[in-house]
Write a protein that binds this ligand. Sequence first.
Ligand code: HGY
Ligand code: MN
Ligand code: MN
Length: 413
Amino acid sequence: MPIVPIEIDAGLIARLLEEMSQHGSDGGTGVSRVAYSPEWSDAISTYRGWCETAGLESRLDAAGNVWARLEGTRTGPCVVTGSHTDTQVPGGRYDGTLGWLAGFVAVAALKEQFGAPIRSIEVVGFCEEEGSRFPGNFWGSRAITGAIRAGEADRIVGWDGMTVAQAMRHVDLDPSLLPSAERSDIDRFVELHIEQGPVLESEGLAIGIVDVITGMRHYLVTLQGTANHAGAFPMDLRRDPVVAMADVVQQLTTHVESLGRPAVTTIGRIEVTPNGGAIVADRVEFVIDVRHPEPSVFEGLCANVEETVQRCAGTRGLEYEWSVIADHEPTPSDPGMVADLLETMEQLGLPPRVMHSGAGHDAMQMAQRSNMAMIFVRSKDGRSHTPVEFSNTEDIVRGIEVLAQYLYRVCYD
Ligand code: HGY
Ligand code: MN
Ligand code: MN
């Protein structure tokens, strides 16, 4: 299908990103905006104001996902774009926020330049994706796909000690209404997102299309030792959980490095109790993040984690336990959507590049119910999950052009 001229206002997306970054800003380029926080509520209000100005009907669902809808002339399943509204702590200005605002800019441009589509289009801002306030992630997209189990909001205790349910009530959301956030009328979901890695930049490319999103699993591990004096208690009598954790880190790293790219394993959250400089620790709690895009390798990596924790704890006579707090299988994009997006890239004069996503995304949750694909925008130095993450406006506009052309292709024709 031929492309059509669609004007994307570079100044607008730049201004929106700048204004949105103020909600949770660290005064520099960093943003910390966790789900259901005051800065999160302010961000939603700002966004809904923009929707009103653009003449897009907006609403908040029972989970706190914010929707902007451009009504089509024909009833039936809709097409959705968007991304998440929350950030890591600290995070940057682009992870999630870019896809959320890019969807808004694309749909506002289509509305202004072509009027009502045939098929309705919605832009979603998922309330929580990062797991930066609560263990696990994809709370918003799990509400939309009906994957939240009864009572889960009361069972999940955030890193700040507040349950999801308490945090929801704090912003006047009623967790008992979560089932009403479920949608079954979404035909396809396309998410624009920063790549968060170095691949596009290393090849001098601005845009990529995702063919598979990596599998990812988070193990929350506790190793229980015996607190003792750091000086008087002999090494050969100790039950030191920090040393056992160091064994786990070393052995997992050696194994995952032996597999080469794109296998990754990360331990980035560690809590030592009582965390005293002259105390042999009593307990260590840490999260092991395991990822691979190929199902059988992913399963093997996870099995190795479980064997390694068991072995290292046993060697030092420690009790241990683990729970899986996030678990998402490798998720392929819809091949037809990938083909359409690649054709659109070629029509726009962009070298077509297919790639896997090493980051997890709401799109993997949405794929449980809808056809899915993702558009990646180059990340400077491949950095993300840090205040220095950056994508330049020119690349961002190219990404929005691909998104807008795709939405035109599937909703206006
Ligand atoms: O961890 C992830 O991949 C996502 O950014 N939350
Ligand atoms: Mn993200
Ligand atoms: Mn992220």
